[in-house]
Design a protein around this ligand. Structure first.
Ligand SMILES: Cc1cc2nc3c(=O)[nH]c(=O)nc-3n(C[C@H](O)[C@H](O)[C@H](O)COP(=O)(O)OP(=O)(O)OC[C@H]3O[C@@H](n4cnc5c(N)ncnc54)[C@H](O)[C@@H]3O)c2cc1C
Length: 377
């Protein structure tokens, strides 16, 4: 009998297992594979972290806490997990990304600067903005290293006493009001509480009870054809609003890997075990065309490519909280392509929730919002 079983030990589950174990909880963590791996949502070498959160100002306190916890994890693990590069949110002044970032910054008193196309050309000459575009610059934005971070959480969770069983998939779960049990090919385990943090496989484990959709996403790495110094430490992370088209985002070439670029959403939706894992010319061509105009000094041939999965909710806000039908089950799901930066803060918030001393307002992520009659369904 355990206090808590955590299903899925990727970005979120690893952080949750760590925060529970360090508080003395008897934790069993199970994963169908051996994280960090490249089959889910937490691979691809880099992730953006930023504070002026255009998606909703309500994320800002959580991301500020995440910065503190990433730093603590760096201290405890002895690893470099976060490098601040600055960040540019680019688009028309009234676009959701530019207007949303400034609104979050203003409401939470975050430092930012509004840059004209000429300012960007002077400071960050890798980018070519259109005359009508502007950029919100925030100094605190940067890059996280996801595989290293997942490994650090798991190593420290084990050191704090968590039992982590890898390559052991959870096939089914049953929950009563004050206990749960899960079945794997190796047997049955019981606990007081269950956390479902299975990323792109959460929809399957949840039996379709929530409107979650798994989306294929492609990351591409491009090397500079000229002026490599413009694309390394001097290149901020960026997200480029393109109106109704998927935003273009990118991260600097920090470890000699090339600049990583992707389109946020707009990918094929389907079953995580059936979505194509190969990258084809159809994936590359639209990105290459965009870069020719917006970052013309990048060589048009990608040097690396990777497929990764988003798990989206209809409103693109997370699904974190107690399962509305099962009080012993907590969901950490639906991170909609922007969850990684929050991993340690979600780990802490879920541990708080399980201990019944919630410090954070998680109303935006309430799993009950998709139920008829919730007012937000
Ligand atoms: C291309 C791409 C770019 C992104 N960029 C950013 C970014 O810049 N910034 C940002 O903040 N976020 C970003 N994200 C989003 C972020 O990476 C995800 O929100 C986050 O990694 C989700 O973590 P997770 O723990 O939910 O999933 P995962 O890390 O995939 O973990 C789920 C785990 O559950 C396991 N599992 C599944 N089924 C079972 C089962 N039945 N039994 C046991 N274990 C099971 C899996 O093996 C896996 O290890 C990006 C995502 C992608 C795909």
């Amino acid at each position: 009998m355990y206090d808590v079983i955590v299903v899925g030990l990727g970005g979120m589950g690893g952080a949750i297992a760590y925060h529970l174990a360090r508080r003395g909880r008897r934790v069993l963590g199970l994963d169908r594979l051996a994280p960090p791996h490249d089959a889910g949502s937490s691979h691809g070498k880099s992730r953006i972290i930023r504070q002026a959160y255009y998606e909703d100002p309500a994320y800002v306190p959580l991301v500020l806490r995440a910065y503190e916890l990433w730093e603590a994890l760096e201290r405890d693990s002895g690893e470099t997990l976060l490098v601040k590069t600055g960040g540019l949110m680019i688009g028309a002044p009234d676009s959701p990304i530019v207007a949303g970032s400034t609104e979050s910054a203003r409401r939470h008193g975050l430092k930012y600067r509004m840059l004209s196309p000429e300012d960007v050309g002077r400071w960050f000459p890798a980018f070519r903005l259109e005359p009508h575009e502007v950029a919100v610059y925030e100094e605190e934005a940067g890059v996280l290293f996801p595989e290293r971070a997942v490994a650090a959480h798991l190593r420290l969770a084990r050191a704090a006493g968590a039992e982590l069983r890898l390559d052991e998939p959870v096939e089914s779960w049953v929950a009563g009001s004050d206990s749960v049990s899960v079945r794997t090919p190796a047997g049955r385990y019981r606990a007081e509480r269950l956390v479902l943090a299975a990323g792109a496989w959460n929809p399957r484990l949840l039996g379709g009870a929530f409107p979650l959709e798994v989306e294929r996403q492609v990351s591409l790495w491009f090397r500079p054809a000229e002026r490599p110094e413009w694309f390394e430490e001097n290149l901020p992370v960026f997200i480029w609003d393109r109106g109704p088209e998927p935003a273009l985002y990118g991260l600097p070439a920090l470890e000699g890997e090339g600049v990583k670029v992707g389109l946020h959403h707009g990918g094929q939706v389907g079953d995580p075990d059936r979505l194509p894992r190969q990258v084809t010319e159809d994936d590359v061509e639209p990105v290459r065309r965009l870069l020719a105009r917006r970052m013309p000094l990048l060589d048009p041939e990608p040097v690396q490519a990777s497929v990764c999965l988003y798990t989206n909710t209809p409103d693109r806000h997370f699904l974190v909280g107690t399962h509305p039908d099962h009080p012993a089950v907590v969901l950490a799901a639906g991170f909609s392509g922007h969850g990684f930066k929050f991993c340690p803060a979600i780990g802490e918030a879920v541990a708080d929730l399980i201990e019944g001393k919630a410090r954070r307002d998680l109303a935006l992520f309430d799993p009950g919002r998709f139920r008829a009659g919730s007012g937000r369904a």
